[in-house]
Design a protein around this ligand. Sequence first.
Ligand code: NDP
Length: 303
Amino acid sequence: MSADPVLTLADLDRWSFSGTALAVLGHPIKHSISPAMHNAALAVMAAREARFATWKYFRFEVHPDDLPAALPRFHAKGFHGLNLTVPHKILAFARVAAVDPAAQPVGAVNTLRTTPAGWQGFNTDGYGLATAVREELGLDLAGTPVVLLGAGGAARGAAVECLQRGCASLWIGNRTVANLDDLLAQVRPLAGSIPLHGFDLSAPAGLPAHALVINATSAGLRDTDPLPIDLGRIPHPLGVYDMIYNPPLTPLLALARSRGLPHANGLSMLIHQGARALEIWTETAVPVEAMRKAAHAALGGRP
Ligand code: NDP
């Protein structure tokens, strides 16, 4: 058995772990590098503080049809915290006992913490994105014009984070205009005086100069995917952040590199959203560098 076996709900029926259990639920889950990141951090924390020696992070394959019944079962079995990944983040939002106020406008949760009344939901993806953009590109979302590509779940979290942090303006582009219109309607109440615009990805026009470009589409996951946008339509971008981390250099990032633009992939976002989740569960500082090292190792050492 590997160090991080893929568990199922049948394993939950027989659950007898006596330590503090954390887990990620997803469908599919076998490619998740979260167990490697979190268990590496917990090992470092255990060397510092003995109480963490009994903490362990597991992974469970859970079909979305099973999620509503599974969430109370994980709670009843005494799990201390859960991470939720594709496709559970929105499904779980309506099924937790309480939602952190910052996660309310996102409408999705990726981190659950046990409480006597049930699960409390948080969303650490926005924090992960903002921290990654600052760390990798030296940019603050606050005061920066942002061109955001995509209108799915990841884009919604990013749009909320940009608006909550006070970006200078937000331009959201998407392939399917109806999905774009839905997202614009959802986030417009957060915009206040921040200019908020939508555009069709296939015909970008009037985009702001000196903007941070964030790719939150899944275009780039496969070699055959088209570029999400013609970068040439954005005057003098400040940098390009692609939420995709596997492959590590998407065609969009390769184009940014060839133009000498600062660029980074989504691995740093994944690491920082995980670090924030672990902080929520442990209520103490977490070793981000250990998580980063484990994430790179789990992806085969690619930078
Ligand atoms: P969704 O399925 O909810 O949304 C997908 C988005 O991509 C939609 O806007 C869709 O547009 C767009 N899209 C898909 N294919 C194309 C294409 N060929 N050309 C242009 N646009 C396209 O996915 P998520 O929002 O959950 O995830 C988006 C990406 O972000 C994924 O690659 C995911 O791996 C990554 N991600 C990374 C994280 C990290 O921590 N680094 C965290 C979360 C997500 P349309 O509306 O037209 O269908």
